[in-house]
Ligand binder design. Structure first.
Ligand code: TYM
Length: 344
């Protein structure tokens, strides 16, 4: 068979991304992903945003909590500015084509590729034998999420970069093995000042929903007082803020707070530092607090309101799933034909 890898340039631009409904949305998810989903939502390029419930169950989820988290995530998407009239919003399990394509990709991806994934290594640690098979195969399902729509661009935070490289490898190997130019080589979109938001307690650790300390992160459901308190208590160093970005090297906590300020305000890090350079944290933290409350509190209020309208949320998800299936079904059919499945 001939080498037949093509770039995504000949595919119609289409954006896909997903977030796991496995706990509260936090500031890292908002700045690294959700806020950027909203920026990419427009009438020209089709955008699909997914609550990846099948990814969430690769580690144990209480069923009632999973339902609540999926609806809450949908409320978060909408409260942050995603419009179900403009973007297709749905939960993964309502579109069975994801799982169907994932099986094909399980047969394309190699064990060694999966074993190299740093998230697998971090999550499984010394306990790999007791992890679910789903957790190991997770990146193949992620590739299927993206490629079942022939998505060309995927906005994510920096921690997903390796998974997106694997998605490209799977697309390239499928195309090569079957001698086709069927799947695009998707572009990760990792942009902005806050693609890696760090913990408030340790500037060298990623802000994460699995951190046992609630003070390490801002949750999108936190009220104004809680947001302000967490920022006040965030770890810092005793120096004043520098006037240039290079002054933030070796100051992970300071860099994190400046990046967050830049991410929330839409300013660049240089612009922020030209305003706040020379200030002490005692002055900068209240500024950051005020900005964070102004940007985040309306989202959490709107989320809480939308959570009262569960039927409405369920309707949005069902409608989004049927729109998503219209795109996914012909791509799966064609994949089955390429693979040689009778009746496809
Ligand atoms: P998840 O649910 O862990 O995170 C969702 C998004 O938030 C970003 N993110 C962060 N960005 C900046 N700083 C942080 N501290 C931070 N923490 C999380 C993540 O990079 C991500 O963009 N595997 C994915 C979900 C997924 C997916 C997909 C994404 C499944 N299928 C297909 C894109 C395309 C995940 O676990 O993200």
């Amino acid at each position: 068979m001939t080498e037949a890898v093509q770039t995504s340039s000949t595919f119609t631009p289409r954006v896909f991304s997903g977030i796991q409904p496995s706990g509260d949305l936090h500031l890292g998810n908002y700045l690294g992903a959700l806020k950027r989903f909203v920026n990419m939502q427009n009438d020209v390029v089709q955008t699909l945003y997914c609550m990846v419930d099948m990814h969430a169950i690769t580690v144990w989820q209480d069923p009632a909590d999973l339902q609540k988290a999926t609806r809450e995530l949908c409320a978060g998407f909408i409260a942050a500015g995603l419009d179900p009239q403009k973007s297709i919003l749905f939960n993964q399990s309502q579109v069975p084509e994801h799982a169907q394509l994932a099986w094909i990709f399980n047969c394309v991806a190699r064990m060694g590729w999966m074993q190299r994934m740093t998230q697998w290594k971090d999550k499984s640690g010394k306990n790999a034998q007791n992890m679910s098979l789903g957790l190991f195969a997770y990146p193949a399902l992620m590739a299927a999420d993206i490629l079942i729509y022939h998505a060309t661009q995927v906005p994510v935070g920096e921690d997903q970069k390796q998974h997106l490289e694997l998605t490209r490898d799977i697309a390239a190997k499928f195309n090569h093995d079957y001698g086709v130019e069927f799947f695009p080589i998707t572009e990760p979109v990792i942009e902005g000042a806050a693609t890696r938001v760090m913990s408030f307690r340790d500037g060298t650790k990623k802000m994460s929903k699995s951190d046992p300390s609630d003070a390490s992160r801002i949750n999108m459901t936190d009220d104004a007082d809680t947001i302000a308190k967490k920022i006040r208590k965030a770890k810092t160093d005793p120096e004043a803020l520098p006037s240039e970005a290079k002054g933030l090297e070796d100051r992970p906590e300071a860099r994190n707070l400046v990046n967050i300020y830049a991410g929330l305000s839409g300013l660049s890090v240089d612009q922020v530092l030209s305003d706040v350079g020379g200030k002490q944290f005692s002055e900068f933290k209240p500024m950051l607090s005020e900005l964070a409350v102004a940007k985040l509190a309306p989202i959490s209020t709107e989320m809480a309101r939308l959570m009262q309208e569960q039927d409405e949320i369920d309707k949005i998800l069902a409608h989004g799933a049927s729109q998503a299936r219209e795109i996914a079904a012909p791509i799966l059919k064609k994949t089955y034909e390429i693979v040689g499945m009778v009746g496809a």
